[in-house]
Design a protein around this ligand. Structure first.
Ligand code: NAP
Length: 296
């Protein structure tokens, strides 16, 4: 199976570059080789590579900055995925794309399912939703995997930020009123790899009747506060911390105003993915424990 991954340097793309390597000839492109703002280059790249599957892990993910750069976010998150889906369809390749829990408004209190109505609160969420809709209109063999609160210890993210604060501050306040499904980038990449194994040598054909949106995130949910506390408990260098997990003070999102509004509750129910493909991600606690193991 010939695979093309886009977004090589991102949290998920970096893991995909390793996990997918045993599956067949693999090309991983970063922004310097393929800028998603250039539709002609996207078409040319796919036509020349003629992959069996295209996995797009690139996106404009700066949620707050997107409020100031809506056009750029729109190009990368809404327009480019449709060009990729079209170019993948034209070379009879399957297209796998990642989307986000931020397509929801967070008014619900049970984990979101694929048939729940989206209502994004931010430019980022709106552009990602439009990307999903445009891929759907292309009509090829495509999977849109919505995930949530992705982290990886090799790029700045909530986990690395909390560790930094715990080492540099004597007081820490974290929001208890934002709930999601913290998902380790490596497990997401591994589930994608196993999914491709299950689809077999002709993934586009195997996807017949299965194309569409699936939620794929860690099971169970956590508030930012619970997540932060567990990060400190699992920190292999806990002796460097200036405060304990229990010393983190509960706060509210309104205490930390940000340019973009985030949903208060965006945990995802991944059971549709589990029943379609026989794969699931472990709980967020288990994913975090694995990620924070110093030998990972
Ligand atoms: N992070 C989260 O919490 C989260 C939550 C839910 C869903 N998701 C979705 O999951 C997917 C993977 O996210 P991630 O966390 O791995 O993202 P990430 O670490 O921010 O990586 C995104 C990648 O996209 C690349 N990129 C940005 N603009 C580009 C452009 N114009 N042309 C080509 N590449 C470009 C970036 O390149 P540079 O390295 O050059 O900047 C970066 O490598 C995305 O679809 C995201 O929307 C993420």
């Amino acid at each position: 199976m010939k695979i093309l991954v886009i977004g090589r340097e991102g949290q998920v793309g970096w893991e995909l570059a390793r996990v997918l390597a045993p599956l067949g000839p693999l090309t991983c492109l970063g922004r310097p080789e393929l800028d998603l703002r250039e539709p002609d280059r996207i078409r040319r790249t796919l036509a020349e590579a003629r992959p069996d599957v295209v996995v797009n892990a690139a996106a404009y993910t700066a949620v707050d900055r997107a409020e100031q750069e809506p056009e750029l976010a729109h190009q990368v998150n809404a327009l480019a995925p449709a060009v990729l889906a079209e170019a993948a369809r034209d070379c009879e390749a399957a297209f796998i794309h990642f989307s986000t829990d931020y397509v929801f408004d967070g008014a619900q209190s049970r984990p979101y399912r694929e048939d729940d109505d989206p209502n994004p609160l931010s430019v980022y969420g709106r552009t990602k939703l439009e990307g999903e809709q445009r891929i759907h209109r292309v009509g090829g063999a495509s999977l849109i995997l919505r995930t949530s609160w992705v982290f990886s210890l090799r790029r700045p993210c909530f986990v690395t930020q909390v560790l930094h604060w715990a080492r540099t501050q004597d007081r820490l306040r974290i929001a208890q009123d934002q709930v999601g499904s913290p998902t380790w980038a490596r497990l997401l990449a591994e589930a994608t790899g196993m999914l491709l194994v299950r689809l077999g040598p002709n993934p586009a054909q195997a996807l017949s009747g299965l194309s569409g949106i699936y939620h794929l995130a860690a099971s169970n949910s956590a508030s930012r506060l619970e997540w932060a506390r567990q990060i400190l408990r699992l920190d292999p260098n806990a002796h460097q911390q200036r405060l304990t997990a229990e010393a983190i003070e509960p706060a509210y999102s309104r205490n930390f105003p940000t340019p973009a509004t985030r949903p208060a509750f965006s945990a995802l129910d991944s059971s549709r993915f589990a029943s379609a493909f026989g794969l699931r991600l472990p709980s967020w606690e288990e994913g975090l424990r694995l990620a924070m193991d110093p030998d990972s």
